[in-house]
Design a protein around this ligand. Sequence first.
Ligand SMILES: C[S@@+](CC[C@H](N)C(=O)[O-])C[C@H]1O[C@@H](n2cnc3c(N)ncnc32)[C@H](O)[C@@H]1O
Length: 454
Amino acid sequence: MNKTLDQLYREHKGRLSDKWSLYLTEYDRLFTVYRNQPVQLLEIGVQNGGSLEIWDQYFPNARKIIGCDINPSCAALQYRSSRIAVVTGDANSDEYQNEILQYAPTFDIIIDDGSHDSSDIVRSFARYFPCLSETGIYVAEDLHCSYWDNFEGGLHQPLSAMSFFKRLTDILNHEHWRNGRAGKELLAGFCDEFGVDFDELELARIHSIEFLNSLCVIKKGSPENNALGKRFIVGNEELVSSGVKKYDGSSIHDFEVQIKDDKDLDVFALIRRNRELAQEKERVVQALNLELSEIYASRAWRVVQWLRRIRLMVSRMERLALTLKKKISGLLQTLINHDRPIQLNPYRKIKQKLDLKKNLLLINSSGLFDKEWYLANNSDVALSKKDAASHYLLHGGFEGRDPGSEFSSRQYLDNNQDVKEAHVNPLVHYLTKGMAEGRGKFPSQKINDQSKRS
Ligand SMILES: C[S@@+](CC[C@H](N)C(=O)[O-])C[C@H]1O[C@@H](n2cnc3c(N)ncnc32)[C@H](O)[C@@H]1O
């Protein structure tokens, strides 16, 4: 009784082999028919060489079990079974393909367990599918890599290995395209990108394509066995749908069908169109740049360049005039609407404050300003709680209020019209200028409470 592949893997003690469990059960199903046949098997990717040992046990009547690995260290692998041979080199090169084919010109089973790069998978299929026997089976392993960028894959990557095998399913149905296009035209993008070519007859030998998790299994068959063939209608009773019997023995090609030309929707056609458009755009941009530089260099352009500059200056001046007009009318509006004089000089307030401080010092140290006296004679100031000296400097002096019993503000202003007109505080004027100029001072006419009491 033959052991299952799963059993052989579990019992294996020799060289290492690396496979996913799903593969083992599926291979049992797929390889049953070959189990006791004198098979010739090729495995791309040997690594530690364990799988070749196991295949040797799995196919007791195998004729050749060939492994190919690009890693030169694989050359050291020696097997007791003379049926096993290892080719050390790139499976996707003519040189090593020839070496492989020297061991066996065709194979019943080909397993691609090589680099798993999409380009390598497509190249290997293009190279070795023709080397598969008429009823052979081709397996691409580890297609999960086809979704990963580091293996040249991606879910929507049109050049991934999965995209390639999916396209083969359309080639399987090539006879229904009815658009006069060859099957390999559908693989043109791969041919351009990976430098491969496909023989139309070989593509017609694709009998079935089976997808499993990470696996694609392509079985080969003669083209006549792959055609849909004649319609086969048996029986005599047409109880539900009548008129079918007459089609017995007919071919699918006996029926007229509508075919829309959609070749420009093919992703490769779209990519090509995109590239053409980008090139076209580049050409147009270059031509326009050339035209532009010719215009700049032309005499006509230079002659009118002063006119263009003047026009530019005029439009700038127009814009400037408009801005100024807006600013001036805004300023006028402010002046009209303001009830207080506009503070044009921002330093004036600071100067006023400094002057006030200086004059406070001046009158407070003059002996002519008497705070008590001032508050006693000006009850409004006393009630307002304002500073007496500040009030005198800013208001009182101009209103004719006296700073103390020794100085009459009114008398000083009446005697000195220039001081009145200059709007200067009378005591400040007397202390800073009047005294030195010999202008006289007079005692206050007011008699304060204290003097009344005394
Ligand atoms: C996953 S391992 C093979 C495992 C092995 N089949 C097993 O079942 O244990 C992949 C091997 O493919 C080899 N390889 C990568 N590119 C190759 C190429 N172009 N031709 C041949 N072998 C290649 C690597 O050197 C590596 O040893």
